[in-house]
Design a protein around this ligand. Structure first.
Ligand SMILES: *Cc1c(COP(=O)(O)O)cnc(C)c1O
Length: 410
């Protein structure tokens, strides 16, 4: 290709307005009526330093998934979370997959998780032949119920069939009761892999999300609080685990001049280009958490007086990053139906989404064993995730709350 041809192929890319919202929405063509901005659930929020970081990575020539950029990103994640060791991965799901592999998940093993989560939490384990068991959540935090876990572990020990791994989830950026869960699992010698994919910047009893688990997985997907466009991380305080994860993430190459393999691995290392984006994003974490928490507080202030409307609780032992603000609409207490609210918002070009459909209700897991599930099912019936991006302006948020008030007749 000639440089001219290259430039013309890049044309649409260069013309693309990358940040949705504000004055440059595609609908705002001169001479046409300005369309109301589409409000998304959780779009990427750029700091403005990403192009510089990307350019630095490109100029350095180090663009493979190795070298100084991924290392610097891993160190920055370790510093932000307090974990000793971090491996940057292609996705959060890849980090979970590596976690399952490190913990020796094999066909027929049981893997326990909270039923109220995204399918990515359990998908890699199921693909490895594990049998998922879905446990209900607590009313207090909507995360894995430790009391139920305690009963189920004792029962499983009597049956002689303890899970290979327990995978609590930090739901919508709210930490699970990890200290309690880790202590229970420790009693039975069951390792904990924490799905902290959406919980960067959240804390539990003063420690960062995932701390106290054997392994924790994070995501830098485009919708998360800090994003590399696509990316993830596996973290642990056990250096040997992360060292092995690093080996598995690079096709399980043994140290030798030729390609030597004692097992099979993956291509799961994060590209240096994306690591550069992450390095530009990460310093904004505290600001992003503050912004999302402020958005949650504004929703509560603007809607809290309406009958039958509630919000995701925050237990005393945790400080959520409020990745997504979740409201509950209970019709028998006078609120409109969740779906009526969602449809009204959609008609106004405002994106919202029901709370995760519990995994025990998913056709993919029709036959999976479970313990309870009624609390999660109720949250799915009534819970709606509202626009929560840290770039959401008060004016945009006022559009959301006005629409909800209108649907509620108040
Ligand atoms: C985003 C997310 C994942 C998956 O992360 P990816 O980077 O998209 O693979 C897993 N679990 C939860 C709870 C998530 O929110």
């Amino acid at each position: 290709m000639t440089p001219v041809e290259t430039a013309s192929r890049l044309g649409p890319v260069l013309a693309f307005r990358p940040v949705p919202g504000r004055a440059e929405m595609p609908g705002n063509v001169p001479g046409t009526a300005p369309a109301e901005e589409r409000i998304l659930l959780s779009p990427p929020h750029l700091t403005g330093t990403e192009p510089t970081a990307l350019q630095a990575a490109l100029h350095s020539g180090w663009i493979a998934p190795a070298g100084p950029m991924p290392t610097a990103f891993e160190e920055a994640i370790a510093e932000a979370t307090g974990f000793e060791q971090v491996l940057a991965t292609t996705t959060g799901t890849a980090a979970l997959h590596l976690g399952y592999r490190l913990l020796g998940v094999a066909p027929g093993d049981e893997v326990w998780t909270s039923t109220l989560t995204f399918i990515a939490t359990i998908a890699p384990a199921v693909q490895m032949g594990a049998v998922p068991r879905f446990l209900d959540v607590s009313e207090e935090s909507w995360t894995l119920d430790p009391a139920r876990l305690e009963r189920e572990l004792a029962r499983a020990a009597r049956r002689g069939r303890l899970p290979r791994v327990v995978v609590p989830v930090d739901l919508f950026g709210q930490c699970c009761d990890l200290d309690t869960i880790a202590a229970l699992c420790e009693r039975w010698g069951v390792p904990v892999l924490c799905d902290s994919a959406a919980a960067l910047g959240a804390t539990q009893r003063g420690r960062h999300a995932g701390r106290g688990a054997r392994l924790a997985a994070f995501s830098f997907n485009g919708n998360k609080i800090i994003t590399t466009g696509g990316g993830g991380a596996l973290a642990s305080d056990d250096a040997r685990l992360i060292e092995r994860a690093r080996m598995l993430a690079t096709q399980a190459k043994e140290p030798a001049p030729h390609y030597q393999h004692e097992t099979t691995g993956f291509t799961y290392g994060l590209s240096a280009l994306l690591a550069a984006v992450g390095l530009a994003q990460l310093p904004a974490l505290a600001e992003r958490v503050a912004a999302r928490r402020a958005i949650f507080a504004r929703y509560r202030e603007a809607l809290g007086d309406l009958p039958g409307i509630g919000f995701m609780p925050e237990p005393g032992w945790g400080r959520a990053n409020r990745w997504l603000s979740v409201a509950l609409f209970t019709p028998r207490s006078g609120a409109p139906e969740r779906e009526a609210v969602r449809r009204r918002l959609a008609a106004l070009d405002i994106e919202s989404r029901p709370v995760w459909k519990p995994l025990h209700l998913q056709p993919a897991f029709r036959d999976a064993p479970r313990s309870g599930g009624a609390i999660a099912a109720q949250l799915f019936e009534t819970g709606l995730c509202l626009p929560s991006g840290s770039g959401l302006t008060p004016a945009q948020q006022a559009r959301v709350t006005a629409a909800i008030r209108k649907e509620a007749g108040g």
